[in-house]
Ligand binder design. Structure first.
Ligand code: FAD
Length: 382
């Protein structure tokens, strides 16, 4: 057994940290306030090889693992979660092509993502289909050689920036089993009938693009089907097993960044003629934050490592996603508390981190859904 990261992984962390520390702080507040994605940084990050590191060399990537992608997420989110998400979510959805696409589809789409020539995304959620993915109603009907797609998608990341999205649709409405009615179809966003509207005034991660999408008679060639018709639900469940660990990296990054801000503040701020850091109550808070972060990091790195070894463990991934999500929310809360009233005022980054952290308990499976997956593995299905 070896808990040490490789030299290559340590170099990746160092490079990601240097990039984020150099590029993010000056624009972080502005991107949050004005709800804008810093696309020039996405391009730079692609040039430096930070985007889509799990994509194999045959499709233009460096062929590293999901663990390396998590490590970069952690470093970016440590400096600014919103900007980190706006850069690294640009390859969210590529996992579906990697896992289920044909050789031709992989060669067509994946190199564009790594080179910074295209942004992608995954569109599952609908106004009435969130945690319950099987209640998706967007339809894709095969007419001749084309799918004709109609429906509405909700909360879709990168909807206004993406060149193409992996969309979950009902294609086999009459299949006896509900779970065998869906398919995944790549939809190019310049197709007639595709419309994305940015959702404004989010609580956090405001430097990222979250959208509502309307698909009205959108026609795509039948070759845009990813994987097998009728297996879309199962494909997305497998997809989430691969993408949830990335959220763990985000969660530990935002927690780590918040703790470092708290440490800096309690060393400087004096009350009762002493630094806040000298009070045992403060020391206990810092010790608890550091321990939770370390436990979360160890848990998610184990889950990601197993994934990269081809030993997928859904329950372990869900444990990591729930635990790191809760860690992010708790640590940012305590870190803000240690800033007192100053934490409540927007001049300090901790206020933004506190708002940004909440999303990791919601997207890609809420913490309640993660617990259901863990319990199901132990108790069976009820
Ligand atoms: C900023 C942002 C970005 C997003 N990006 C994307 C994206 O790119 N693509 C995409 O497809 N979706 C995306 N989502 C959607 C996200 O995945 C969903 O919001 C999430 O899955 C929860 O669905 P919901 O919001 O409909 O909540 P609901 O499913 O309505 O859940 C509400 C509450 O009820 C709980 N609940 C639901 N069912 C159960 C149950 N059986 N047992 C116990 N508790 C339950 C939930 O845990 C939650 O606390 C994004 C969301 C946000 C906010």
């Amino acid at each position: 057994m070896n808990f040490e990261l490789t030299d290559e992984q340590k170099d990746i962390i160092k490079a990601a940290r240097e990039f984020a520390e150099k590029e993010f702080p000056d624009i972080a507040q502005e991107c949050d306030r004005e709800e804008k994605t810093p696309d020039h940084l996405w391009k730079k990050a692609c040039d430096l090889g930070f985007v889509g590191v799990f994509i194999p060399e045959a499709y233009g990537g460096p062929g590293l693992g999901y663990l390396e992608h998590c490590l970069i997420n952690e470093e970016f989110w440590r400096v600014d979660p919103g900007i980190g998400l706006s850069i690294l979510s640009t390859c969210f959805g590529s996992e579906m092509i990697l896992l289920f696409g044909t050789e031709e589809q992989k060669k067509k789409w994946l190199p564009l993502i790594v080179r910074g020539e295209a942004i992608t995304g995954a569109a599952i959620t609908e106004p009435d289909a969130g945690s319950d993915v099987s209640s998706v109603t967007t339809t894709a009907t095969l007419v001749g050689d084309e799918y004709v797609i109609n429906g509405n998608k909700m909360f879709i990341s990168n909807g206004t920036r993406a060149k193409f999205l992996q969309v979950l649709c009902v294609t086999e409405p009459n299949a006896p089993s509900l779970h065998d009615r869906f398919s995944v179809i790549t939809v190019e966003t310049d197709r007639k009938g595709f419309e994305a509207t940015q959702l404004k005034h989010k609580l956090g991660i405001r430097a990222s693009d979250t959208t509502e999408i309307t698909l009205t008679d959108v026609r795509v060639p039948k070759e845009n089907l990813i994987g097998t018709a009728g297996r879309g639900f199962q494909q997305f469940m497998s997809f989430f097993d691969h993408t949830r660990v990335h959220v763990c990296g985000q969660a530990i990054g935002v927690a780590q960044g918040a703790m470092e801000q708290a440490i800096k503040h309690v060393r400087q701020r004096q009350q009762f003629k002493k630094p806040l850091a000298s009070f045992q109550a403060t020391q206990f808070k810092i010790a608890e934050m550091a321990t939770r972060i370390e436990a979360g990091r160890t848990l998610y790195q184990k889950a990601a490592w197993f994934l990269d070894q081809g030993k997928l463990n859904s329950s372990l991934i869900s444990m990591a996603k729930w635990f790191t999500g809760e860690t992010a929310v708790r640590v940012t809360d305590e870190a803000l508390q240690l800033h007192g009233g100053y934490g409540f005022i927007g001049d300090y980054a901790i206020e933004r981190f506190y708002r940004d952290a909440k999303i990791v308990e919601i997207y890609e499976g809420t913490k309640e859904i993660e617990k259901l997956i863990i319990a199901r593995a132990l108790l069976g299905k009820y």
